[in-house]
Ligand binder design. Sequence first.
Ligand SMILES: [Zn+2]
Length: 133
Amino acid sequence: MVVFRCRRCHGDVTAPVREVPLPDPDIAPAPYTVPTGEECPPRMRPGTFAYDPPEAAERVHRPQFAGAALGLRRAGLSGIVLGRADVRGVELTSLRGRRSGCCGMDGFDGPNLVCGGCAAEVATERTDCWTPR
Ligand SMILES: [Zn+2]
């Protein structure tokens, strides 16, 4: 299990999660495709995370001790995908231009979640009605 932390203040920004393969984006539903009254499932199952793109995950050095940092940029990763329920200790950014979306956050204007401890940008939430969660 891994707990992701803020790069600046080292506060926890996720619950403990375990690595799984990145689910196919073509099978992840968006809320508008789910029948009325049904809840849209998140792309990632609770308690899991995946590297994106998946092929870059092979280049990630996985430290063997708790609290160690991952060298994600050196591995060529664009991001880590988590379910929103596993993201903790964050707040919506105060930058209005980053909070676009009609029913939620579409995430297309850059990081929209900041660390609750130090306000560093830590994640991009995509929870709009037309985006997989
Ligand atoms: Zn922080």
